[in-house]
Design a protein around this ligand. Structure first.
Ligand code: NAP
Length: 352
Protein backbone atom coordinates (compact mmCIF):
# COMPACT_ATOMS: atom_id res chain seq x y z
CA UNK A 1 0.00 0.00 0.00
CA UNK A 2 1.28 3.49 -0.89
CA UNK A 3 1.49 6.16 1.82
CA UNK A 4 -0.65 8.60 -0.17
CA UNK A 5 -3.15 7.56 -2.79
CA UNK A 6 -2.93 8.99 -6.28
CA UNK A 7 -5.86 11.32 -7.08
CA UNK A 8 -7.69 10.34 -10.27
CA UNK A 9 -10.55 11.80 -12.28
CA UNK A 10 -13.18 10.09 -14.42
CA UNK A 11 -14.41 11.68 -17.65
CA UNK A 12 -17.82 10.29 -18.61
CA UNK A 13 -18.35 9.30 -14.96
CA UNK A 14 -22.15 8.99 -15.25
CA UNK A 15 -22.14 6.36 -18.03
CA UNK A 16 -21.97 2.58 -17.78
CA UNK A 17 -18.17 2.39 -18.01
CA UNK A 18 -17.74 5.43 -15.74
CA UNK A 19 -19.88 3.76 -13.08
CA UNK A 20 -17.86 0.56 -13.33
CA UNK A 21 -14.68 2.59 -12.88
CA UNK A 22 -16.10 4.24 -9.77
CA UNK A 23 -17.04 0.84 -8.33
CA UNK A 24 -13.65 -0.71 -9.16
CA UNK A 25 -11.82 2.26 -7.64
CA UNK A 26 -13.64 2.04 -4.30
CA UNK A 27 -10.97 0.96 -1.78
CA UNK A 28 -8.32 0.76 -4.49
CA UNK A 29 -4.91 0.52 -2.80
CA UNK A 30 -3.20 3.09 -5.08
CA UNK A 31 -5.88 5.42 -6.48
CA UNK A 32 -8.73 7.52 -5.11
CA UNK A 33 -11.40 9.28 -7.12
CA UNK A 34 -11.21 13.03 -6.55
CA UNK A 35 -13.00 14.30 -9.66
CA UNK A 36 -15.97 13.17 -11.74
CA UNK A 37 -16.85 14.87 -15.03
CA UNK A 38 -19.54 14.40 -17.67
CA UNK A 39 -21.47 16.38 -20.27
CA UNK A 40 -22.93 19.83 -19.66
CA UNK A 41 -26.24 18.04 -19.00
CA UNK A 42 -24.73 16.76 -15.72
CA UNK A 43 -22.05 19.33 -14.84
CA UNK A 44 -22.78 21.38 -11.72
CA UNK A 45 -24.95 18.74 -10.03
CA UNK A 46 -23.90 16.42 -7.22
CA UNK A 47 -23.04 12.97 -8.57
CA UNK A 48 -25.77 11.12 -6.62
CA UNK A 49 -28.42 13.57 -7.87
CA UNK A 50 -27.63 13.25 -11.55
CA UNK A 51 -26.43 9.67 -12.09
CA UNK A 52 -28.78 6.88 -13.07
CA UNK A 53 -26.83 4.30 -11.02
CA UNK A 54 -27.00 0.85 -12.62
CA UNK A 55 -24.82 -1.34 -10.39
CA UNK A 56 -26.06 -3.51 -7.52
CA UNK A 57 -23.49 -2.07 -5.06
CA UNK A 58 -24.30 1.42 -3.70
CA UNK A 59 -22.54 4.55 -4.98
CA UNK A 60 -19.28 4.78 -3.00
CA UNK A 61 -19.51 7.33 -0.18
CA UNK A 62 -16.62 9.51 -1.32
CA UNK A 63 -18.04 9.88 -4.84
CA UNK A 64 -21.69 10.39 -3.89
CA UNK A 65 -21.35 14.05 -3.01
CA UNK A 66 -18.71 15.08 -5.54
CA UNK A 67 -19.89 17.85 -7.85
CA UNK A 68 -19.80 16.77 -11.48
CA UNK A 69 -17.40 18.95 -13.48
CA UNK A 70 -17.13 19.78 -17.16
CA UNK A 71 -14.75 17.56 -19.14
CA UNK A 72 -12.03 20.21 -19.36
CA UNK A 73 -8.80 20.85 -17.48
CA UNK A 74 -7.94 21.77 -14.81
CA UNK A 75 -9.17 18.93 -12.60
CA UNK A 76 -7.67 18.18 -9.20
CA UNK A 77 -5.88 14.96 -10.17
CA UNK A 78 -2.90 13.79 -12.22
CA UNK A 79 -4.47 10.87 -14.09
CA UNK A 80 -7.84 10.76 -15.84
CA UNK A 81 -9.79 7.74 -16.99
CA UNK A 82 -11.81 8.56 -20.07
CA UNK A 83 -15.16 6.80 -20.50
CA UNK A 84 -16.33 9.32 -23.09
CA UNK A 85 -18.06 8.54 -26.37
CA UNK A 86 -15.75 8.64 -29.38
CA UNK A 87 -16.77 12.08 -30.61
CA UNK A 88 -16.07 14.20 -27.51
CA UNK A 89 -12.97 12.08 -26.79
CA UNK A 90 -11.42 13.37 -30.04
CA UNK A 91 -10.82 16.82 -28.59
CA UNK A 92 -11.13 16.30 -24.82
CA UNK A 93 -8.46 13.59 -24.43
CA UNK A 94 -5.66 15.50 -26.24
CA UNK A 95 -6.64 18.62 -24.29
CA UNK A 96 -6.00 16.79 -21.01
CA UNK A 97 -2.76 15.19 -22.28
CA UNK A 98 -1.51 18.59 -23.43
CA UNK A 99 -2.30 20.00 -19.99
CA UNK A 100 -0.07 17.33 -18.40
CA UNK A 101 -2.57 14.61 -17.44
CA UNK A 102 -2.05 10.90 -18.04
CA UNK A 103 -5.12 9.81 -20.00
CA UNK A 104 -6.25 6.17 -19.86
CA UNK A 105 -9.00 5.95 -22.46
CA UNK A 106 -11.78 3.52 -23.29
CA UNK A 107 -12.86 5.44 -26.36
CA UNK A 108 -12.08 4.19 -29.86
CA UNK A 109 -10.97 7.60 -31.19
CA UNK A 110 -7.21 7.38 -30.66
CA UNK A 111 -6.76 3.59 -30.56
CA UNK A 112 -5.27 3.40 -34.04
CA UNK A 113 -3.21 6.60 -33.91
CA UNK A 114 0.34 5.72 -35.00
CA UNK A 115 1.88 7.02 -31.75
CA UNK A 116 -0.77 5.88 -29.25
CA UNK A 117 -0.35 2.56 -27.43
CA UNK A 118 -3.38 0.29 -27.63
CA UNK A 119 -2.58 -1.70 -24.54
CA UNK A 120 -3.42 -4.99 -22.87
CA UNK A 121 -0.79 -5.32 -20.13
CA UNK A 122 -0.58 -9.12 -20.53
CA UNK A 123 -0.21 -8.87 -24.31
CA UNK A 124 1.93 -5.91 -25.38
CA UNK A 125 3.40 -3.95 -22.45
CA UNK A 126 6.42 -3.10 -24.65
CA UNK A 127 4.13 -0.87 -26.78
CA UNK A 128 4.41 1.72 -23.98
CA UNK A 129 7.79 2.61 -25.51
CA UNK A 130 5.73 4.66 -27.99
CA UNK A 131 4.86 7.16 -25.26
CA UNK A 132 8.23 8.94 -25.45
CA UNK A 133 7.72 9.31 -29.20
CA UNK A 134 4.10 10.46 -28.67
CA UNK A 135 5.18 13.21 -26.29
CA UNK A 136 7.99 14.38 -28.56
CA UNK A 137 5.83 14.31 -31.70
CA UNK A 138 2.92 16.17 -30.12
CA UNK A 139 4.97 18.53 -27.92
CA UNK A 140 3.36 17.23 -24.72
CA UNK A 141 5.72 17.52 -21.76
CA UNK A 142 4.11 15.43 -19.03
CA UNK A 143 0.85 14.06 -20.36
CA UNK A 144 -0.01 11.32 -22.84
CA UNK A 145 -2.83 9.06 -24.06
CA UNK A 146 -2.94 5.30 -23.61
CA UNK A 147 -5.98 3.39 -24.86
CA UNK A 148 -7.55 0.02 -24.17
CA UNK A 149 -9.17 -2.01 -26.95
CA UNK A 150 -12.78 -2.58 -27.79
CA UNK A 151 -14.62 -4.93 -25.41
CA UNK A 152 -14.71 -7.95 -27.76
CA UNK A 153 -11.17 -7.38 -28.98
CA UNK A 154 -9.68 -7.54 -25.47
CA UNK A 155 -11.00 -11.03 -24.78
CA UNK A 156 -10.19 -12.36 -28.24
CA UNK A 157 -6.64 -11.00 -28.11
CA UNK A 158 -5.93 -12.23 -24.58
CA UNK A 159 -6.72 -15.74 -25.81
CA UNK A 160 -4.85 -15.41 -29.11
CA UNK A 161 -1.64 -14.11 -27.52
CA UNK A 162 -0.31 -17.33 -25.90
CA UNK A 163 -1.46 -19.34 -28.93
CA UNK A 164 0.33 -17.04 -31.36
CA UNK A 165 3.52 -17.12 -29.29
CA UNK A 166 3.54 -20.93 -29.00
CA UNK A 167 2.13 -22.16 -32.31
CA UNK A 168 1.97 -19.21 -34.72
CA UNK A 169 -1.42 -18.01 -35.96
CA UNK A 170 -2.54 -17.71 -39.58
CA UNK A 171 -6.29 -17.17 -39.62
CA UNK A 172 -9.04 -16.24 -37.18
CA UNK A 173 -12.80 -16.39 -37.77
CA UNK A 174 -14.92 -14.93 -34.98
CA UNK A 175 -18.67 -14.50 -34.47
CA UNK A 176 -19.72 -12.50 -31.42
CA UNK A 177 -22.91 -12.48 -29.33
CA UNK A 178 -22.61 -9.18 -27.47
CA UNK A 179 -24.43 -8.03 -24.36
CA UNK A 180 -26.66 -4.97 -24.11
CA UNK A 181 -24.41 -3.04 -21.69
CA UNK A 182 -21.88 -2.83 -24.52
CA UNK A 183 -24.12 -0.24 -26.17
CA UNK A 184 -23.94 2.22 -23.26
CA UNK A 185 -26.95 3.65 -21.46
CA UNK A 186 -29.86 3.66 -22.38
CA UNK A 187 -28.53 1.56 -25.25
CA UNK A 188 -30.78 -0.55 -27.46
CA UNK A 189 -34.53 0.01 -27.14
CA UNK A 190 -36.38 -2.94 -25.57
CA UNK A 191 -38.80 -3.19 -28.51
CA UNK A 192 -35.79 -3.76 -30.77
CA UNK A 193 -33.97 -6.40 -28.68
CA UNK A 194 -36.51 -8.41 -26.63
CA UNK A 195 -37.24 -11.67 -28.46
CA UNK A 196 -34.60 -10.73 -30.99
CA UNK A 197 -30.96 -10.68 -32.17
CA UNK A 198 -29.57 -7.74 -34.14
CA UNK A 199 -26.91 -8.87 -36.63
CA UNK A 200 -25.16 -5.49 -36.83
CA UNK A 201 -23.11 -3.37 -34.42
CA UNK A 202 -21.74 -0.24 -36.05
CA UNK A 203 -17.94 -0.35 -36.63
CA UNK A 204 -17.56 -3.40 -34.34
CA UNK A 205 -16.33 -5.87 -36.96
CA UNK A 206 -13.75 -3.38 -38.24
CA UNK A 207 -12.51 -2.80 -34.66
CA UNK A 208 -12.08 -6.52 -34.02
CA UNK A 209 -10.28 -7.08 -37.30
CA UNK A 210 -7.92 -4.10 -36.96
CA UNK A 211 -7.27 -3.59 -33.24
CA UNK A 212 -6.32 -7.25 -32.77
CA UNK A 213 -3.59 -6.91 -35.39
CA UNK A 214 -2.20 -3.75 -33.77
CA UNK A 215 -2.14 -5.41 -30.34
CA UNK A 216 -0.36 -8.50 -31.64
CA UNK A 217 2.03 -6.43 -33.74
CA UNK A 218 5.14 -4.55 -32.62
CA UNK A 219 6.48 -1.04 -32.05
CA UNK A 220 9.51 -0.45 -34.30
CA UNK A 221 10.65 2.82 -32.68
CA UNK A 222 8.67 5.03 -35.08
CA UNK A 223 5.32 3.34 -35.60
CA UNK A 224 3.31 0.18 -34.95
CA UNK A 225 3.70 -2.74 -37.36
CA UNK A 226 0.48 -4.77 -37.41
CA UNK A 227 0.62 -8.57 -37.10
CA UNK A 228 0.22 -10.29 -40.50
CA UNK A 229 -2.87 -12.17 -39.42
CA UNK A 230 -6.10 -12.72 -41.34
CA UNK A 231 -9.18 -12.06 -39.22
CA UNK A 232 -12.83 -12.18 -40.23
CA UNK A 233 -15.42 -10.98 -37.69
CA UNK A 234 -19.21 -11.01 -37.51
CA UNK A 235 -20.87 -9.19 -34.61
CA UNK A 236 -24.37 -9.57 -33.17
CA UNK A 237 -26.24 -7.83 -30.35
CA UNK A 238 -28.15 -10.29 -28.13
CA UNK A 239 -30.45 -9.75 -25.13
CA UNK A 240 -27.96 -10.60 -22.35
CA UNK A 241 -27.04 -7.81 -19.91
CA UNK A 242 -23.28 -8.29 -19.42
CA UNK A 243 -20.72 -10.62 -20.98
CA UNK A 244 -19.73 -10.99 -24.61
CA UNK A 245 -19.61 -14.51 -26.07
CA UNK A 246 -17.32 -15.17 -29.06
CA UNK A 247 -17.33 -18.30 -31.24
CA UNK A 248 -13.85 -18.57 -32.73
CA UNK A 249 -12.12 -20.81 -35.29
CA UNK A 250 -8.34 -20.71 -35.67
CA UNK A 251 -5.69 -21.87 -38.14
CA UNK A 252 -2.14 -22.24 -36.83
CA UNK A 253 1.35 -22.28 -38.35
CA UNK A 254 2.02 -25.46 -36.37
CA UNK A 255 -1.15 -27.27 -35.30
CA UNK A 256 -0.98 -28.13 -31.59
CA UNK A 257 -2.58 -31.12 -29.93
CA UNK A 258 -5.67 -30.29 -27.90
CA UNK A 259 -3.66 -30.88 -24.71
CA UNK A 260 -0.91 -28.48 -25.85
CA UNK A 261 -3.51 -25.88 -26.73
CA UNK A 262 -5.25 -26.13 -23.34
CA UNK A 263 -1.92 -26.05 -21.54
CA UNK A 264 -0.86 -22.89 -23.38
CA UNK A 265 -4.11 -21.16 -22.41
CA UNK A 266 -4.44 -22.36 -18.82
CA UNK A 267 -0.85 -21.60 -17.83
CA UNK A 268 -0.72 -18.15 -19.45
CA UNK A 269 0.58 -15.45 -17.12
CA UNK A 270 2.42 -12.27 -17.98
CA UNK A 271 3.78 -8.99 -16.61
CA UNK A 272 0.70 -7.91 -14.55
CA UNK A 273 0.75 -11.25 -12.75
CA UNK A 274 4.52 -11.01 -12.07
CA UNK A 275 4.13 -7.42 -10.83
CA UNK A 276 1.02 -8.44 -8.84
CA UNK A 277 -0.87 -5.38 -10.02
CA UNK A 278 -3.93 -4.88 -7.78
CA UNK A 279 -6.52 -5.46 -10.53
CA UNK A 280 -4.64 -8.24 -12.36
CA UNK A 281 -6.40 -11.62 -12.42
CA UNK A 282 -4.23 -14.45 -11.12
CA UNK A 283 -5.30 -16.43 -14.22
CA UNK A 284 -6.02 -14.14 -17.20
CA UNK A 285 -7.42 -17.13 -19.12
CA UNK A 286 -9.63 -19.73 -17.44
CA UNK A 287 -10.36 -22.96 -19.33
CA UNK A 288 -13.65 -24.81 -18.72
CA UNK A 289 -14.04 -28.43 -19.80
CA UNK A 290 -17.85 -28.82 -19.39
CA UNK A 291 -19.76 -29.27 -22.66
CA UNK A 292 -22.02 -26.27 -22.08
CA UNK A 293 -19.64 -23.62 -20.72
CA UNK A 294 -18.79 -20.75 -20.76
CA UNK A 295 -22.11 -18.98 -20.33
CA UNK A 296 -22.54 -15.22 -19.78
CA UNK A 297 -24.59 -15.40 -16.58
CA UNK A 298 -22.47 -18.12 -14.97
CA UNK A 299 -18.96 -17.18 -16.06
CA UNK A 300 -18.68 -13.42 -16.63
CA UNK A 301 -17.61 -12.69 -13.03
CA UNK A 302 -14.75 -15.21 -12.91
CA UNK A 303 -11.60 -13.54 -11.52
CA UNK A 304 -13.76 -10.46 -10.61
CA UNK A 305 -14.64 -10.04 -14.30
CA UNK A 306 -10.97 -9.67 -15.32
CA UNK A 307 -10.44 -13.06 -17.04
CA UNK A 308 -11.38 -14.48 -20.40
CA UNK A 309 -13.11 -17.84 -20.04
CA UNK A 310 -12.55 -20.41 -22.79
CA UNK A 311 -14.49 -23.61 -23.39
CA UNK A 312 -15.74 -26.02 -26.07
CA UNK A 313 -12.21 -26.46 -27.46
CA UNK A 314 -12.55 -28.95 -30.32
CA UNK A 315 -11.26 -29.64 -33.82
CA UNK A 316 -12.65 -27.50 -36.65
CA UNK A 317 -13.36 -29.18 -40.00
CA UNK A 318 -12.38 -26.04 -41.94
CA UNK A 319 -9.63 -24.39 -39.85
CA UNK A 320 -7.69 -26.27 -37.10
CA UNK A 321 -9.59 -25.70 -33.84
CA UNK A 322 -12.73 -23.96 -32.66
CA UNK A 323 -13.70 -22.70 -29.22
CA UNK A 324 -15.99 -20.34 -27.33
CA UNK A 325 -14.66 -17.31 -25.42
CA UNK A 326 -16.61 -15.36 -22.81
CA UNK A 327 -15.58 -12.11 -21.16
CA UNK A 328 -17.12 -9.37 -19.07
CA UNK A 329 -17.48 -6.41 -21.42
CA UNK A 330 -17.65 -3.54 -18.94
CA UNK A 331 -15.02 -4.90 -16.50
CA UNK A 332 -12.11 -6.53 -18.40
CA UNK A 333 -13.64 -5.21 -21.62
CA UNK A 334 -13.60 -1.56 -20.50
CA UNK A 335 -13.27 -0.14 -16.96
CA UNK A 336 -11.03 -2.90 -15.59
CA UNK A 337 -8.87 -2.71 -18.71
CA UNK A 338 -8.27 1.03 -18.27
CA UNK A 339 -7.55 0.49 -14.58
CA UNK A 340 -5.03 -2.28 -15.26
CA UNK A 341 -3.35 -0.03 -17.84
CA UNK A 342 -3.10 2.73 -15.23
CA UNK A 343 -1.64 0.32 -12.69
CA UNK A 344 1.03 -0.76 -15.16
CA UNK A 345 1.86 2.87 -15.93
CA UNK A 346 2.31 3.61 -12.23
CA UNK A 347 4.32 0.42 -11.63
CA UNK A 348 6.64 1.38 -14.49
CA UNK A 349 7.17 4.91 -13.16
CA UNK A 350 5.28 6.87 -15.84
CA UNK A 351 3.52 8.99 -13.22
CA UNK A 352 6.67 10.32 -11.62
P1 NAP B 1 -22.51 5.83 -21.94
O1 NAP B 1 -23.19 4.95 -20.94
O2 NAP B 1 -23.30 6.39 -23.05
O3 NAP B 1 -21.82 7.07 -21.11
C1 NAP B 1 -21.24 8.16 -21.77
C2 NAP B 1 -20.64 9.14 -20.75
O4 NAP B 1 -20.02 10.24 -21.45
C3 NAP B 1 -21.66 9.79 -19.81
O5 NAP B 1 -21.03 10.08 -18.59
C4 NAP B 1 -22.00 11.10 -20.54
O6 NAP B 1 -22.41 12.13 -19.64
C5 NAP B 1 -20.65 11.47 -21.08
N1 NAP B 1 -20.78 12.32 -22.29
C6 NAP B 1 -21.56 12.11 -23.37
N2 NAP B 1 -21.38 13.12 -24.28
C7 NAP B 1 -20.47 13.97 -23.74
C8 NAP B 1 -19.88 15.19 -24.16
N3 NAP B 1 -20.18 15.74 -25.36
N4 NAP B 1 -18.99 15.81 -23.35
C9 NAP B 1 -18.66 15.27 -22.15
N5 NAP B 1 -19.20 14.11 -21.67
C10 NAP B 1 -20.08 13.46 -22.48
O7 NAP B 1 -21.27 5.07 -22.61
P2 NAP B 1 -20.40 3.83 -22.06
O8 NAP B 1 -20.97 2.53 -22.46
O9 NAP B 1 -20.08 4.08 -20.63
O10 NAP B 1 -19.07 3.96 -22.96
C11 NAP B 1 -18.10 4.96 -22.72
C12 NAP B 1 -16.95 4.78 -23.69
O11 NAP B 1 -16.34 3.50 -23.46
C13 NAP B 1 -17.37 4.79 -25.16
O12 NAP B 1 -16.35 5.40 -25.93
C14 NAP B 1 -17.50 3.32 -25.49
O13 NAP B 1 -17.34 3.05 -26.85
C15 NAP B 1 -16.35 2.75 -24.67
N6 NAP B 1 -16.50 1.34 -24.33
C16 NAP B 1 -17.68 0.87 -23.79
C17 NAP B 1 -17.77 -0.48 -23.47
C18 NAP B 1 -19.02 -1.08 -22.90
O14 NAP B 1 -19.07 -2.33 -22.74
N7 NAP B 1 -20.05 -0.31 -22.54
C19 NAP B 1 -16.69 -1.32 -23.68
C20 NAP B 1 -15.50 -0.81 -24.20
C21 NAP B 1 -15.43 0.53 -24.51
P3 NAP B 1 -23.97 12.54 -19.39
O15 NAP B 1 -24.52 11.50 -18.43
O16 NAP B 1 -23.86 13.88 -18.78
O17 NAP B 1 -24.64 12.52 -20.72
Amino acid sequence: MRAEKIPVGILGATGIVGQRLIALLEDHPWFEVTEVAASDRSAGARYEEIVHWLLPSPIPERVRRLVVKDCAPPLDCRLVFSALPAEPAASVEPEFARAGYLVCSNASTHRLDPDVPLLIPEVNPEHLQALTHQRRRRGWERGFIVTNPNCSTIHLTLVLKPLMDRFGLRQVMVTTLQALSGAGYPGVTSLDIVDNVIPFIKNEEEKLETETRKLLGRWDGETFLFAPLRISAQCNRVPTLDGHLECVSLAFERTPTREELIEALATFASLPQRLQLPTAPSHPIVVREEADRPQPRLDRDVERGMASVVGRIRPCSILDYKMVILGHNTIRGAAGAALLNAELLVAQGWLS
